[in-house]
Design a protein around this ligand. Structure first.
Ligand code: IPE
Ligand code: IPE
Ligand code: MG
Length: 249
């Protein structure tokens, strides 16, 4: 990762500390197009995308955004060519292994959300280790959505709740939003205030469907490997100009 000028390490003066989003979610899109424009294979884009994510995580910590969630692999992404899927799984494992020491040093707590049991065994082990090793870290909460699908998450919560009802420990009329949330992968993580999607696509692609009911959405044309602190600054400025009404007047 390239060293950043000192000025960028501090919260830009035109942003209000007290009105920063408490949780930013990001759909890291456009890696393939980034590579294609350079006449390179798609996987090069994914590789470069890791650097963007590392810097965004550090930037959130530097600027005082306490939670970041990144969409790394959707339940639909299994439909990509096998070589690309395999490359991504290996990349996740390698990066996780390589960055664990630094996450410890930087006091990052990492969590994974999604159907993790379908991931390669060795990746599952690395995920478990990183979550366990960093569980008491508290500078920033970093969540990675891997084999994540919002619909799948909702269905598995329904199944778990249905079992409780079946065994008699819960009555159907007792089911409420709080109980439902307790069965989501994101249990204990506050809802995102701001969703950033790169590469210009204006859709959710099955990301955090329940949790983003009231997230502010910011879309930039910038492709994910080119997303840097300057781009994040722009997203935060746009966010601070929004009026969040939550259905009120
Ligand atoms: C996002 O970039 C990364 C993943 C989905 C893993 P893409 O790979 O979707 O890049 P484009 O959208 O094809 O450019
Ligand atoms: C969303 O991007 C998933 C991730 C960034 C991991 P996609 O590239 O898979 O989304 P679509 O296919 O354009 O909706
Ligand atoms: Mg894409």
């Amino acid at each position: 990762m390239t060293a950043k000028p000192i000025a960028l390490q501090k919260l830009p003066v035109d942003l209000e500390q007290s009105r920063l989003p408490q949780h930013v979610a990001v759909i890291m899109d456009g890696n393939g197009r980034w590579a294609k424009r350079r006449g390179k294979p798609r996987i090069m884009g994914h590789q470069r995308g890791v650097d963007s994510l590392k810097d965004l995580l550090r930037c959130c910590k530097d600027w005082g955004v306490p939670a970041l969630t990144a969409y790394a692999f959707s339940t639909e992404n299994w439909g990509r060519p096998m070589e690309e899927v395999q490359f991504l799984m290996t990349l996740f494992e390698r990066v996780l292994q390589r960055e664990l020491n630094e996450m410890m040093a930087e006091d990052v707590r990492i969590r994974f959300v999604g159907n993790l049991s379908a991931l390669p065994q060795s990746l599952q082990k690395q995920i478990e280790k990183s979550m366990k090793d960093t569980e008491n870290n508290s500078s920033i909460q970093f969540t990675v959505a891997t084999n994540y699908g919002g619909r799948e998450e909702i269905i598995q919560a329904c199944r778990a709740i249905a079992s409780l009802v079946k065994e008699g420990s819960l009555q159907p009329e007792e089911i409420n939003e709080a109980i439902f949330e307790n069965h989501l992968y994101t249990q204990g993580i506050i809802h995102p205030d701001l969703l950033i999607r790169t590469s210009g696509e204006m859709r959710l692609s099955n990301f955090l469907l329940w949790q983003m009911a009231y997230a502010e959405i910011y879309v930039t044309q910038t492709l994910w490997p080119d997303f840097d602190r300057g781009e994040f600054h722009k997203a935060l400025l746009a966010y601070q100009q929004r009026e969040r009404r939550f259905g009120k007047v």
